[in-house]
Design a protein around this ligand. Sequence first.
Ligand SMILES: [Fe+2]
Length: 194
Amino acid sequence: MNPAAGTPFARQSNLDMKTGEFIPPDDRRMVYQQANMLWHSDSSFKPVPSLCSLLSARIVPPEGGATEFASTRAAYPSLPEALKARVERAIAVHDFAWSRDQVRSGFFTDEERAVYPPVQHGRRALFLGAHASHVVGLPIDEGRALLKEILAHVTQPRFCYRCILHRATPFDSARHKRLLQRTTISGDPAELPA
Ligand SMILES: [Fe+2]
């Protein structure tokens, strides 16, 4: 797999692809998908992050299971000055394994981790979310605390439904069916900073 490429269609669903029946809650596939309920930007763990994702909802539960969106661009001007000053110097490290570790520690094997080693993005932006593991030059805990503080600020309801970070909302996955089909379009490697 080319780590810089987009993805073929990926199903976000609690239904088994072959049988159409519910996937048991403790199944690895469901644990994997629980990370979709953390605020994130698709594929931010790749060297070339995604340009955009196309999401088509085919089956939706009667309650919960929505997709929320929050704009870090809209939220940035309202950051408290002290936080803004810390953000100025912070570079987040995005790591696919970290977003899954938050749901179940050690979820990915060493071989799986090696496919997507941690990456940094050079463009000036509040580019964070579930894949953002820590901050360059800060102790791991301190960097995570900073990322958590910024994330809490930028995902307040007043910044939602514009663009960028998103997450699924919980639903009763043992009772209600949910099936969404997603594809992600890779960004342009030529636009990476030198
Ligand atoms: Fe997503």
